[in-house]
Design a protein around this ligand. Structure first.
Ligand code: ZN
Length: 156
């Protein structure tokens, strides 16, 4: 009996999260189109990156495009993406929480780093990715705080 109850509660929790869908992330990409193969690699969760794997999902976004909050979120400070000074032009992101999720967006210059932003409101600007990775499909990298979770779950 106890086990049945616990299973039911777990299922209920899963259903809440599965119902969450990220809204439009980038002004130039209303359908949240994902980065596919380019000369630098692929954008899906789990893609190979030399000796490691890609722990996020890349959503296409043109350099300088406006980035929107994909959910009602609270902001929890900037992300340092790289230590390599050669990548300084795109070394910014933002830590976010909202609707029960904890996640990060990379390659975004945020309008602020604390407080709240509602879904669809302006969160920041896409950084000049072509200056660091010429020929790449410029993108915002979406990564859950728990890297074992594939953010694709939250995109249609
Ligand atoms: Zn990525």
């Amino acid at each position: 009996m106890k086990r049945v109850l616990i299973s039911t509660l777990l299922l209920a929790a899963l259903c809440v999260c599965e119902g969450i869908q990220f809204g439009q992330l980038c002004s130039g990409n209303p359908s949240n189109r994902r980065r596919t193969q380019d000369i630098w690699g692929q954008g899906q969760y789990g893609a190979g990156r030399g000796g490691r794997t890609h722990k996020g999902l890349d959503i296409v976004c043109g350099d300088g495009d406006t980035v929107y909050a994909p959910l009602d979120v609270t902001l929890h400070g900037k992300v340092i993406v790289y230590t390599d000074p050669a990548k300084a032009a795109i070394n910014s992101g933002i830590n976010l929480r909202g609707e029960g999720l904890c996640f990060k967006l990379f390659y975004v210059d945020p309008v602020k780093t604390s407080g709240k932003i509602l879904k669809g409101e302006i969160l920041g600007t896409m950084l000049p990715m072509q200056s660091v990775y010429p020929g790449i499909h410029s993108h915002v990298h979406v990564q859950m705080c728990d890297k074992t979770i594939d953010p694709t779950l939250y995109f249609n």
